[in-house]
Design a protein around this ligand. Sequence first.
Ligand SMILES: Cc1cc2nc3c(=O)[nH]c(=O)nc-3n(C[C@H](O)[C@H](O)[C@H](O)COP(=O)(O)OP(=O)(O)OC[C@H]3O[C@@H](n4cnc5c(N)ncnc54)[C@H](O)[C@@H]3O)c2cc1C
Length: 280
Amino acid sequence: MKTIIFDLGGVLLDWNPEYVYLNEFNGNRKKMKWFFNNICTSEWNEQQDGGKLMIEATNERIKLFPEYKKLIKMFYGRWEEMLKDEISGTVDILHMLKNKGFKLIALTNWSAEKLTKMLKISDYYSDRFGRVDFLFNPIEIKNYSKSVTQLYGKGYVLTGNSSEFLDPVFSSGVTFATESALLAAKLITKELQNEIVNWEVEYSDYIKKGVNVFTTYIKEWYNGNLQKLFFHKPENPEIIKQICGVLAGYVWDETNPFVKNHHRLIKTLAHIIDMENETK
Ligand SMILES: Cc1cc2nc3c(=O)[nH]c(=O)nc-3n(C[C@H](O)[C@H](O)[C@H](O)COP(=O)(O)OP(=O)(O)OC[C@H]3O[C@@H](n4cnc5c(N)ncnc54)[C@H](O)[C@@H]3O)c2cc1C
């Protein structure tokens, strides 16, 4: 190993919108969290990490929620104040690795606009990164997901990663690789025995059904809803069992309500937990 890649926000540099908003909400965390969950959401902010101009995003949001104009304007207007100092533990590791001769690369989802702003705000940042050229203009990678439009055709069928790759964190990869390969083998055998195979229904629709379930869980993980269920107290063993079933790859088991109602169940439960927390 010769090269090590570091993220910036939350890893080397302490960035947190709470540094601005907690004060604006007079220390009321519940109100601030509601604002982050509903008005200036992380999904919205990620669009700007992907390169959308902050001014454009701000104006669009104000149009949607005019009553929050002042607070929305602060999100990028006071973005610099959300950046504090280095996160000393990880920066210490960075220095140690540099002294040992490793090549260090910063990988960040901050857009060029944000990065340039960040570099200007203090000597600390500009000394370290100010003279470093961008290797390329930042590009947007929204997620790891990759899929093809057609899973089968004359003389071929795509299985595993060649058909769908969702996310390296979830166990979807091995589930789809084994499930799709086994199903494809069975259907090919059927066809070789001169039986008619409806590849659209028997293969494509089936695989997509599982993909859709996994996709919901991946999305609900990255927007934080799934974690709300994981860490909710008191624990509900039946719910834990059912969710574990999905994550273990049983994404076609429609006797499990967390498969059958995947589109709304996580969202609804997370919403109930939020309401419960608000009344505490
Ligand atoms: C870092 C990382 C972590 C992951 N963690 C998980 C996890 O925790 N859980 C999980 O479920 N999934 C995980 N995945 C995904 C999972 O590994 C894959 O989804 C799964 O291995 C896909 O299996 P596959 O058989 O479709 O493809 P592969 O395992 O990629 O097999 C394809 C094979 O084809 C060979 N090949 C390619 N081209 C040719 C050619 N022209 N001729 C001959 N052979 C060729 C390749 O050498 C390879 O051996 C992870 C992936 C990565 C990268």
